[in-house]
Structures are given as structure tokens and as C-alpha cells.
Design a protein around this ligand. Sequence first.
Ligand code: SDX
Length: 428
Amino acid sequence: MSEIAKIELEGKIFEFPVVTGTENEKAIDISKLRDITGYVTLDTGYKNTGATKSSITFLDGEKGVLHYRGYAIEELAEKASFLEVAYLLMHGELPTKIELENFESSIKKHTLVHEDMKRFFEAYPAQAHPMGVLSSMICSLSTFYPESLDPHRSKEKKELTMHRLLAKMPTLAAWAYKNSIRHPFMYPKNKYDYCSNFLHMMYAMPTEDYKVDPVVSAALNKLLILHADHEQNCSASTVRMVGSSQANLYSTVSAGICALWGPLHGGANQEVIEMLAQIHEDGGDVDKWVTKAKDKNDPFRLMGFGHRVYKNFDPRANIIRKTCDEVLAKMKINDPMLEIAKRLEQVALEDEYFKSRNLYPNVDFYSGIIYKAMGIPTEMFTVMFALGRLPGWIAQWKEMTENKEPIGRPRQIYTGETYRTFTDIEKR
Ligand code: SDX
């Protein structure tokens, strides 16, 4: 017999069904609450509210578990390619050899961007933040593909739009970087795999061949997989909310990019590196900065620390820390930021303030150190997060549209002025 939840309101008992997920997570289904009680719930920041049922990603914050479609992130990061994981997130199963070949060749076919879009870049100042450029460019794709404006037109058109987005975002991201340094744009080359193609477009010059470092390409593949999805985080929820109005996928993902930009979300990876550089320039006294992070009167926070869901370690941070050591050793880089980050982590994890609040390094704490070693400029770090998160956003949007979920429209509790009549300006 299915469980029920009983709520007593004004002397009456109301019963609501309990929903149990495949990993035994439980929720009270309050979809009829207002109809039968006249009450709504209030949960600022949705800390206790499930927005949907999803079969894409499972994470257990207490145990530090992260699974994409049932597969452990540790295995996928070690054994899969990023496009394999993108296919898994979007379609629910790992692709067969032929399915992956078809998927890869379709993506390769769409990596070019309409030549007219190159002119858009000319209008941006050199110091334009690439996240602002990327979100505009991704939304602008909808103006070149009018058939994408109706996301439900046909299964084939929907799949084509998803492939175009996966294919063109690395090109637009690399061109945003090239534009910021006023270097010539490099076109994608089909001889490269997804990650190597991006590195080629970032670093190659027309005047000479560029040799992709396999260490860097493999590290990028792992980082993109680690960022690929994370259930109902801020940007994925933004994508589901915007997509629920039946806006096209390009504009929906553009909104996700904007949400990710914030320093409390994906923008944290840029903040972390700037924080580590500040600590380094200040003499590397990590105790001083941990004290600042604990001081309620000091706006300084330990960026890259803490998480809404993980109240134990973030499994991605553990993998990225290990990858940091491997990549820097292979590239023979001795980055003082890594030592500062490790000392910062050690001091914080032994400190009561952080322990009592279950604050651990999150995915953003070490990722910037690897991006820096790969030659990625700091302002491009959150763009790298967006490149990784793209298949997750697409999968969340696809699931929401296929489940024909209603337009998102939360309720509120009004706390403003009650009715009052208009007063003429002379009497105010
Ligand atoms: C991502 O949701 C996802 O899945 C996100 C993500 C994904 O893959 O999509 O994992 C990616 O966004 C990771 C988070 C990146 N952001 C940062 O690293 C920014 C620094 N961290 C925080 O601002 C904070 O920890 C959040 C935003 C991540 C989580 O905030 P919550 O859950 O709203 O918790 P909170 O702000 O209410 O903090 C609880 C307490 C507070 O202290 P008290 O009021 O209890 O005294 O912990 C303190 C906070 O002041 N706290 C910190 C802290 N983070 C929380 N104190 C110092 N330094 C920090 N980093």
C-alpha cells in the first residue's frame, strides 16, 4: 500500500500521497494542496522542494554519490568520451558503436556557424566577458534556424536542433576567446574529436599547424564529463522553467548560460582562481583567509566551498583534485595555486565552522587550476563549465518537453500593502 502524509489544518486532517523514487528518495505530492486546503507551501530557494520527477541524474549529498542514468561518475570520467556521456544523458542508454559513430558524425557535420554570425563578434569590446558573448550568440542561433522556434515540430527537427547546439557551442566559445584577443578565428576541423577540435579552435593560428597535447585533450574530456549534469541545479532549473513556456531550445539554453554565470553557481570557478591569486599575492596566509570566510561581518566567502546538496564531499572535486596532480605533473607545471588550494582545504576541513556546516570543496574548487594549466584564460573558466553542462541542459529540456510538463508558475505569499485608494500628487 502506498504511503500517505497527513497534514492537520484548522482542525481538519488532509491526506497527500507519498512518492518514492528508484533510489528511495521520498516526497509528499502536494500538487492538489491548494485545491483541497486553500494553502500553498513556502520554500524560498526551493531547498526542500522537488520541481519534477527525473530519470537523468541521481545524487546523494550525504554519501557523495553522483550517477548519470545509473552509471557512477567515477567510471564515466575514467572510461567514457564526452560525446558518449552526452548521448547517455540525452537518450538514457550508452550508445552502441554504430550509434556513437552516427552521433559523432552528425555533430561533426554541424560545427560550422553561419558566416553572418562572425560579424556579431566585431561589435563586442575586447574586454567583453565571454559568458555574455556566448549567451547572446546561442540565443542568436534561433534567428538562423527558424524551424527551431517550434520545439515540437518533429522528432527529427528536435534532434537536429540538439545536435546543432552541441556542435556549434564549442565553435562560438572558441571564437569568443579569439575575438577577445583580436586573433583570427579558427574553423573546426573534422579530423579532430570533440575536445581536440575545441582546443584547435582555441589555440591554433592560420600561420602554423597546432599539435593537440593528448594530456590536455584527455583532461578536458574528463572535466566536461564531470560537469555534464547535476540534476535540478540553478541553471538546469532555469532551462526547465524557460523551456516550459515552449520557448525554443537555443533561447532556453541561453538562459541557462546566464544563470550559470553567477558567482554562487558556475561563476565560482573563476572566483576561486582569483581568490587563490589574491591569497598568494597576500603572502599565502591561508589561516587569515579562512578566518575572513568565517567572519559574518566580512563579505569574503571561501569560493569553491559549500554546496546546497553535498553535505559530504563532492565526488567531482575528489576526481578533479587527483586530475590536477596528474596533469600538472605530466605538463611539468609547478603552480603555487595548487599548494595554496590544498592548504586551504586542509585548514578549512579541520575548522569547526566549516565542519559544522558541512562545507567541503565543490566542483569549482580545483577545476580552475587545471584550466589554467591548459592555458585557458580565467574569464573563460565558466564558459568551460557551460560547455560541459550543455548535454545536461539539453537532456533536462528534452525530458521536460517529452513529459509535456505544464508551464512553470510558482505561487507566493503576498506581504505588501493591502488595498488603498489613489491619492492625487498634491495630497501625497
Ligand atoms: C555549483 O546546485 C548544484 O548542483 C550546483 C553545482 C552544479 O554542478 O550545477 O554543483 C555547481 O554551483 C557549485 C557551487 C559553486 N559556488 C561556490 O563555490 C560559491 C561559494 N559557496 C556558497 O556561496 C554556498 O555554499 C552555496 C551557494 C554553494 C550553497 O549555498 P546554500 O546552500 O544556500 O547555503 P548557505 O549560503 O545558506 O550557507 C549555509 C551556511 C551559512 O552560514 P550560517 O548562516 O549558517 O552561519 O554556510 C555558510 C553560510 O554563510 N557558507 C559559507 C560558504 N558557503 C556557505 N561560509 C563561508 N564560505 C563559503 N563558501
